[in-house]
Design a protein around this ligand. Sequence first.
Ligand SMILES: Cc1ncc(COP(=O)(O)O)c(C=O)c1O
Length: 383
Amino acid sequence: MIQPAKIYLDYNATTPVRKEVLEKMLPYFTQNFANPHSDHAFGWDASEALERARKQVANLINSKTSEITFTSGATEAANLALLGFAKENRNKGKHIISCKTEHKAILETLNALENDGYEISYVEVNCDGIVDLKHFQSLLRPDTSMAVMMLANNETGVIQDITKISELAHQNGSVLMSDITQAVGKIDVDLKALGIDLAIFSSHKIYGPKGAGSLYSSSRIDLTRYMYGGNQENGIRPGTVNVPAIVGFGSAAELSKKELQETSEELLLLRNNFEEQLQGLENIQINARDQDRLPNTISFSVHNVEGDAFYRRMNRIAISRGSACTSNIIEASHVLTAMGFEKSLALATYRVSLGKTTTQQELNLAFENIQTAINSMRKTSLV
Ligand SMILES: Cc1ncc(COP(=O)(O)O)c(C=O)c1O
């Protein structure tokens, strides 16, 4: 029996490596395999490639090359930033403000800091996941050393008013850290204009390889190392650097920057068409529809259809429930819960995330599948 086609609509979880990117990486596995910190002609070639990638990545977010530390991904960058900042500023203020809709990479690291004597306050969000700025302002205290707020949410695509949040944090003398992992490559991210002091992001979300990411740390901020070893990567991320992956990250960053406007316009068109189709179905709710959102992300909830059963029927259409990191465990998404969703509705909420190669035909097919599943399951539940 011929299996129906599989359709990948989970680009916020990860993206494929672009062919052009892979081609740039390949020589660094074989011919140019040297350690970039070796002081000989082979090492110098690798070091040149590393610094070229640093320029490409810095350029994507409007930073200086000296402000980029390469890591294995956004999670490691979050750990370096939060734990390194806390260690450096231990005597300046042990209060941090964040939000329950952040990714686990942030929330779990904040939990570790809480166990270490830090006080973490969480700002409220409305039912669309937008940060309550008045509440944020009321939480700021003289001992608030840092605020941690993501630019765009991985589950809903909602974009926060980071410029305003940064203004309020800076007026209070606090540093602003932001998880920009889902925003880069999808919207223009200019860290200087946004007023972000520390940022984390990842190669595998922008058609680069897994195993590379970056911590941006403004030259005004000092971080203390908490990993020990060699002096690589600004002295805070020791260990031999992963040159092929970083070369790929650099190349992906350059392509992302070059194609940003065209890509986001195309994605927005596809996203709006798909949302219109979904809206035509009964009892479907598009979440945060009227908010500023990433052009590729759709979060929708299906009322009166059991979440698990529906999701199982979607097995050839790769959409997601909760974030990918926790999708093996059937528990309501912490993001939706923070937005006030009841557990049953959170479990019946799905994320469709589009990518550069997504086509209208794929989306038509995905829509047909969704429609058929909903109609048949509603019928079954009426019997
Ligand atoms: C918003 C956000 N932050 C952080 C991460 C973690 O990134 P990485 O897989 O590079 O550690 C992810 C990945 O899903 C994400 O979506």
